[in-house]
Design a protein around this ligand. Sequence first.
Ligand SMILES: [Zn+2]
Length: 487
Amino acid sequence: MRKESMRSICAKLAQENMRDDIGKTLRLLDKMKETDPGLEVRFQCGRLKTMLWCTGKNRLDYATFGDAITFDTPYRTNLYSLPFGLFMGFNNHFQSIVLGGLLLTSEKTSDFEWAFTNFVEIMGGKAPVTMLTGTKHRWCRWHVLKNAKDRLGKVYSKHKRFKHDFNKLITDETNIPAFEKKWCELVKKYKLVKNKFLKRLFKHREKWAKPYFIRIFCAGMTSTQRSESANHMLKRYIQRAAPMHLFVAKFNEFQSDSNDQEGKEGFVTNQVNRKMRTGLPIEDHAHTIYTRAMYEKFYNELFESGKYTIKSKIGQDEYVLTDARADMEDAAAYIHVRLQGTDRVTCECGLFEHMGMLCRHALKVLVHLDRQEIPPGNILHRWTKDCVERSLSEESKSSLIVHNDKLRKKMLLDKVFEIANREATLSETAFHQAMDAITGSSSPDPVLANSDYPNILTATFTGQLQPTACPPRTILGGRPPNTGLKS
Ligand SMILES: [Zn+2]
């Protein structure tokens, strides 16, 4: 076949693909809804302005991992020039997870407000504790480091130790006065006081440096790096010039592959036995409750705790620690750890508030006191092995129950089993009441006829106001660019 005819076939196919794009998109969403009753889609209508969609899995995940989320618009589709926004979070395996997708025609404040309001509504009304958005409010640490590499290349090659010292400072230091003091010492030591890049970094330190964020809960997400990497992954799945229905379909594919990855990690967490390394009971406890990824982080802190010594004790429950190798003259080198009974331990470094994990300092004190387990007040449910199952049995169930026929039936069955397995006898009255409720002798068929409920399982989005057309195209007809077919 000649090149020209090949190209004309491709152009025809591409045009065919773009015809009735909105209709195809809506039909695809309806189809998705059939297999995923938890799917929620919201539009800003007329000619499509905004579309937000969250799958049932996104919503379940949000119930467990919605405490800290990021929102960013890292990706732009070419065909309609639509920014694509991603709500993302972190699961208990430290994997980034998608919590919702958003197609926007403009990036006005009012559009974002619409999106956030609807997102929280879809998620059952619970707003996230922390939401990191783009680079408007803070600098991405990953970018800071990348820029530093580019801008300080000469310095790096001239002073071999500088890179090491610089990285150590911005990675390890969590105390504000200590950070500022060490920064000044560092630039003096390497004669970089006048370096423009470093001056600017220091001026804006509140936008990126660790000590200023340490007490803000972020579940370990320190930057928008997560959505950056999502952008890279998305690029592999979706052609920028894809029509909307293909975009949605490919995004589904992307999500389902990510789910497979999660499944694998879950399997490893449950099946693979890890070797204890310190022999301390508290390590064993962490191993029992945490996922593999979380346990590894915990282990690292436990290991690092060995570098600290307890200097003194204030009152009954406060300990003063110091780095065994630190300069004792330095007031910033002292760290205070407080016990709150047996329930909880706090440390001024703020790591627990930041990511829900005990720090090396608190662990030093617990090991010193021969504590066998992590105090209950320091175990964040979201990092445990069974957090999803537990959430499912609690709050997310109630929000999903309206939408999910299978879940309703399963819950009913669970309850029956629970009652049947109770030691206490079932009174005759209770029996008749339950029987009446189930068989429907007191009200007309309450279980089988679900006419009282919106029948979402088979419903389409027909009831909802739907967009009438796609946004105006920025690429007109013909073969879209970047289809990979080189001419
Ligand atoms: Zn600490």
